[in-house]
Design a protein around this ligand. Structure first.
Ligand SMILES: [Zn+2]
Ligand SMILES: [Zn+2]
Length: 88
């Protein structure tokens, strides 16, 4: 099984974690609010809608991410967008 080594950008202390994909997803699921905040700050429109409407404002964007999409979608996005090393 492959291991993913990265620094968790959502932990306050920038914790270095080496874990398999499942453990990473479990860890990141504790950071749902931080991931929503990060998405809201870094994207102009939704990353997950096929035909996204531009967000009116940040409040609108964060509630869209919170309610229109599955938590697992956000978590998988966060994992795929880590600057990571895959150790095999
Ligand atoms: Zn973390
Ligand atoms: Zn969307």
């Amino acid at each position: 099984m492959a291991f993913i080594a990265s620094i968790c950008p959502y932990c306050d202390n920038g914790k270095q974690i080496t874990a398999n994909r499942t453990s990473w997803l479990i860890h990141l699921s504790g950071h749902r609010e931080e991931i929503i905040e990060h998405l809201t700050d870094t994207t102009e429109s939704c990353q997950f809608c096929s035909y996204p409407e531009p967000s009116v404002n940040k409040k609108h964007a964060s509630s869209h991410y919170r309610w229109a999409h599955q938590k697992s979608t956000l978590i998988n996005w966060a994992l795929d967008n880590l600057e990571k090393q895959i150790l095999v």
